[in-house]
Each structure stands twice: as structure tokens, then as C-alpha cells.
Design a protein around this ligand. Structure first.
Ligand SMILES: C[S@@+](CC[C@H](N)C(=O)[O-])C[C@H]1O[C@@H](n2cnc3c(N)ncnc32)[C@H](O)[C@@H]1O
Length: 542
């Protein structure tokens, strides 16, 4: 497979692995939830590289549909490459706003996207998919990055969204009127897209000119553009006796016997007069109630950019919201309709004005779903625009035309900001130790690569979760003095519950007072905090 090279690639290829885990700290006052929690609808305020990594312990493998709309890199969006990659080249790039004169702007964009795409992939369910809005500035680079991260065999479609209804009369060459939505599955073998419900317009081509008791029908061509000898014969109209041969170079779709059967069943249409080229009658009652979505999405069906701006403005009637590049709600709903189940988790890590959250709430209101969303936004307007839009959608927008929005869609969401990095090397010297749950999430996920569930924690025994190979324990308390005395010894081993099934017990503790033989005898794998925390113990244990 051809591979894209770009400046800085070597430095970012594994950057997602070294990005530290950060605590997620609830800001109750900014959410709409009695008790904020990570299983609620979420808005995370912070850089998505850190936020995605922070989500891994609780959300890896759980997201059914990712919808992102990253900077298009037009050269006038005011974005800057800010990832703290450890390389002089990259440090030199930091914080500089990217404009059209910047000769490395495409390299920077690729460097920004690559580690994020890798983390996003880890968050998807096996049957999940990702939809990425983009335009001609970066679509070709994006396709290459996606081939690399997701595998070209998992490419699904490059959808064209008609974003404008008007023509730009002063366009230099062509009046650009579409964006792309690049779709990849995590794994096309386990992936399915839903069809769209048939529309009245689609049904309106079905009529019943011969008053067939089976109801409305439409007709399909009976010809195949290939001359197969066995299917070249005259078809005789029962009404007029006129015989029709397939056109030169073609043949009928069916054998002589099959055509005779179809004529007897009144399934072949020869036109009102009985003289037309025969066609096959297809009944509306026999076609599927849903049809596959097409790869061209018109603004009449899914909205346009102006509509999106109006939608944001109708929510912020008390001040002028100047968010420049929102997507229409109908566009995001279309993705939800084809790519999510009613109870799916949806993620948007470039949330902007929060359209994805709005669309999830609206779609749930319309089809009785219980989808949840996770939004990530790094700018200050994460609170004043993104969260405010969600707050208003939940509580109601008095001036809204949409009755459900006016009343409020209801539900809840929790607002989190990024806290301290869980800096494990310094953990024992630090005064600011991470909470038990934060460290448990980190330890469990890093050691097992499996999902952490905070509800599984049993503080009495130090149990923090069960993976395929281990019952995992963490002996830890966020108190430096207490930590000095905390060790795995025979007494603490005796207090541990028996292992479940053939699992071993994996115990994290600051130190141990037991030798290897004794640990082995007791079926225990010991990991010392903090140095061995990085090891994927399960892998090495195999
Ligand atoms: C094109 S806008 C998304 C618009 C959104 N689809 C909507 O309908 O409102 C891109 C958003 O991604 C945000 N963003 C860019 N880089 C980010 C990062 N590293 N972490 C989090 N958000 C980021 C920007 O601040 C901006 O709000």
C-alpha cells in the first residue's frame, strides 16, 4: 500500500502512547446532572488528544459512531499545532497560527490528526464507524492517514454533502458547493449501515395503471446489455400479439420459460396500448421499507451551511453567536440514522457549537432512542457556546419554532475539565497524588488493555476489576505518609478474596514483603507502583 510521508511523522507515529493520562474533573455547575458521572452525556473541555486518552479507561471499545469535523486547514481558521511532542522540529511549530503562507501547514495538519485518529479507533466498538467532515484542502491526506490507521479494507464511502444552495458568481474557476464526509468502519466484516426509510417522493413513482389487485407498482427494464443466446427470443404481447425481440447486442434478463410464467402472472407490462417494449412489474408491497443511503447528500435532504448558522442563532436569541462553521442538525441526524442504534454511544471530539449533542438529543426525541454523546472542545467557548447550547436544548428554548426544542428535550449531561496528568514516575514524591479511582482506572486499563468500570471497585479489598486473565487489586491511598507503609505482605495476601476461575490475582502496591516463590505459591502477580505500571502485564504473562 502506498504510504503518505510528511514532516514530523516519525515523531508523532507513537505519540498517542506516550501522552499521559489526565484526570477528568467534574464541574457540576456547568452540567445538567444531579450527580455528574462519566456514564452520562459528556462534554469534556480540553485538548482532544489528552481528553481522548483520558477516556480510554472507561470508554475504549464502546463508541458506536464517531462524527468529527476537524479544522479543514483552509489557511484562515486560526488553528495552531500545539501537541507537546518531544522533538526540536515540533517544538518550533508550537503555538504558531497556521496561514496559507505556511509551507508546512499540511505536515502540521497530518501530525495533529494521526495520533488522534489512532486514539479514536481504540474507542470504537468492533461494529463501529467514523464519519469525518472535510474538504479539498485535506481530503487526500485524510484518506491516506485513514488507510494507514483503519486499513484500506475498512473504507466505506466518501460521501458528498451539498453544503451550498447558491452559486458564487465571482468564483475563480468553479463555484465550490460541497464538502466530503469520509466514512471508515472499524471492521467492515462486522459492520452494517441501516437503510433510510422510503420517502413519499420515492413511493410516488409506484402507480397502478392496470388496476392490479396487488397494488401500486413500477416497471424495470427487462433487457440485459449482453447477448446471451438462450435469452434471445420474441416476447408476444397478449393484448396485441406484437412480438418484440431484444435490441441488437442485448438479451432478456430471464429464460423463455420464466417470461411465460411472468406473463401468466400479469407481471410483464406492455404499455397502456399493449405495443411497448415489455418491462417487469415491481410492486411497492414487495420492495424493502428502507433503502441504502446514496453517497450524494443534497441540501434539500440534510440541510446546508446557512441552515446550520440559523439553527445556532435560534438557540442564542439573547446574543449573537458568531460560531462560523456549524454543521446542520439534519446532516448529523442522517449519520445517526444510518450508523447508530437507538442506544449507541456517539463521540464528537471537535465539538464546536455542539451540533452533534443537539442532533443526538433531537434524534432520541424523534425515535424514542437513548443514545448518549461525548463531546470534546478545547476552546473557552466549550462552556459559553458548546455547553450552553446543550443546556438550552435540554431545558428548552422559548423562541424555538421546533415544538420539542421549545419545550426542551430533557435528559442530562455532565461537564468535565481535564485535571492533572497522572504522572506516574513522580507519583510517590508528589504532594498532589491522584485519587484512588483515577489511579485505578489508569492501572487497570494500562495493565489489561480492557475496559475499567468504576462501579466494580471494592474499597475494602482493593479490588478494582476483573479482566480476561486477572482479578486486579490496587493497594493505594492518596496519602504520601500512608503510602510509605503500604506493602503487599502475607497478611494482606490472606485478606484477598480467592481468585475467580483460572485467573491470577494481579496486585499493584508501592512495595512487597514477599519473595517470588511465595507470590507464585499464592497465585499472585505483583506490580510495583509506579515503575511497573507501564507494563502490559497480561501480554508478558502469556
Ligand atoms: C469545524 S469546528 C466543528 C464544528 C461543529 N461540527 C459544529 O457543528 O459546530 C472544529 C472545532 O474543533 C475544535 N478543535 C480544534 N482542535 C481541537 C483540539 N485539539 N481539541 C479539541 N477541540 C479542537 C475547534 O475549537 C472548533 O470548535
Amino acid at each position: 500500500m502506498p504510504e503518505l510521508t510528511f514532516k514530523g511523522k516519525i515523531h508523532v507515529a507513537n505519540h498517542h502512547l506516550v501522552v499521559p493520562f489526565h484526570e477528568l474533573v467534574a464541574v457540576k455547575s456547568k452540567g445538567v446532572a444531579k450527580t455528574p458521572g462519566l456514564h452520562d452525556n459528556l462534554l469534556l473541555h480540553g485538548d482532544n488528544l489528552l481528553a481522548l486518552k483520558a477516556l480510554l479507561p472507561t470508554h475504549a471499545g464502546k463508541v458506536k459512531c464517531i462524527i468529527i469535523d476537524p479544522p479543514y486547514n483552509t489557511g484562515n481558521e486560526g488553528w495552531a499545532y500545539n501537541d507537546k511532542v518531544n522533538s526540536p522540529l515540533m517544538r518550533d511549530w508550537l503555538g504558531k497560527t497556521i496561514d496559507r503562507e505556511d509551507l508546512t501547514r499540511h505536515d502540521k495538519w497530518c501530525c495533529m490528526m494521526l495520533p488522534r485518529l489512532k486514539l479514536l479507533r481504540e474507542l470504537l466498538t468492533e461494529d463501529g464507524s467514523i464519519f469525518i467532515c472535510i474538504d479539498d484542502n485535506e481530503v487526500h491526506h485524510l484518506r491516506c492517514l485513514m488507510d494507514e490507521v483503519f486499513g484500506e479494507e475498512n473504507f466505506v464511502a466518501n460521501i458528498i454533502w451539498e453544503k451550498k444552495y447558491s452559486t458564487k458568481s465571482d468564483a475563480e474557476f468553479l463555484s465550490e458547493s460541497h464538502d466530503f464526509i469520509v466514512c471508515f468502519a472499524k471492521n467492515t466484516r462486522s459492520f452494517k449501515l441501516r437503510g433510510l426509510p422510503r420517502t413519499e417522493k420515492q413511493d410516488s413513482i409506484y402507480r397502478n395503471p392496470d388496476s392490479d389487485p396487488r397494488g401500486n407498482w413500477t416497471s424495470d427494464n427487462l433487457l440485459r446489455t449482453e447477448a446471451r443466446d438462450y435469452a434471445i427470443f420474441p416476447i408476444k404481447s397478449p393484448k396485441t400479439g406484437k412480438e418484440t425481440y431484444p435490441a441488437k447486442g442485448s438479451s432478456w434478463r430471464y429464460t423463455k420459460e420464466k417470461i411465460a410464467e411472468l406473463i401468466a402472472d400479469n407481471r410483464i407490462w406492455f404499455g397502456e396500448e399493449g405495443n411497448a417494449t415489455p418491462r417487469f412489474k415491481r410492486f411497492l408491497s414487495e420492495v424493502q421499507t428502507s433503502i441504502p443511503a446514496r453517497t450524494i447528500w443534497n441540501f434539500t435532504d440534510v440541510g446546508h451551511s446557512d441552515e446550520a448558522r440559523k439553527e445556532v442563532n435560534q438557540i442564542f436569541t439573547d446574543f449573537t453567536e458568531t460560531f462560523a462553521t456549524p454543521k446542520p442538525i439534519r446532516l448529523i441526524q442522517r449519520i445517526l440514522q444510518i450508523a447508530s442504534d437507538k442506544d449507541s454511544l456517539i463521540l464528537d471530539s471537535f465539538a464546536g457549537s455542539g451540533t452533534t449533542g443537539h442532533a443526538v438529543l433531537k434524534q432520541n426525541a424523534e425515535d424514542g432512542g437513548s443514545r448518549r454523546f461525548v463531546l470534546i472542545e478545547c476552546e473557552e467557548y466549550a462552556d459559553t457556546t458548546t455547553a450552553e447550547r446543550i443546556r438550552r436544548c435540554i431545558k428548552g428554548v422559548p423562541g424555538a419554532k421546533d415544538v420539542a426544542l421549545k419545550k426542551g428535550y430533557g435528559g442530562s449531561f455532565s461537564f468535565f475539565k481535564l485535571g492533572e496528568a497522572v504522572a506516574l514516575q513522580t507519583i510517590l514524591e508528589s504532594r498532589d497524588l491522584p485519587s484512588y479511582e483515577t489511579l485505578a482506572a489508569y492501572v487497570f486499563f494500562t495493565a489489561t488493555g480492557e475496559q475499567f468500570d468504576p462501579a466494580a471497585i471494592k474499597p475494602k479489598t482493593g479490588f478494582i476489576g476483573r479482566s480476561r486473565g486477572f482479578d486486579v487489586y490496587l493497594l493505594y491511598t492518596p496519602d504520601i505518609e500512608a503510602l510509605k507503609d503500604l506493602a503487599l505482605d502475607l497478611e494482606s495476601v490472606r485478606k484477598l478474596p480467592k481468585p475467580t476461575g483460572s485467573r491470577k490475582r494481579l496486585v499493584y502496591a508501592p512495595t512487597r514483603f514477599m519473595d517470588d516463590a511465595l507470590l507464585h505459591q499464592n497465585g499472585i502477580v505483583f506490580s510495583q507502583l509506579p515503575y511497573e505500571i507501564y507494563e502490559r502485564v497480561e501480554k508478558s504473562a502469556k
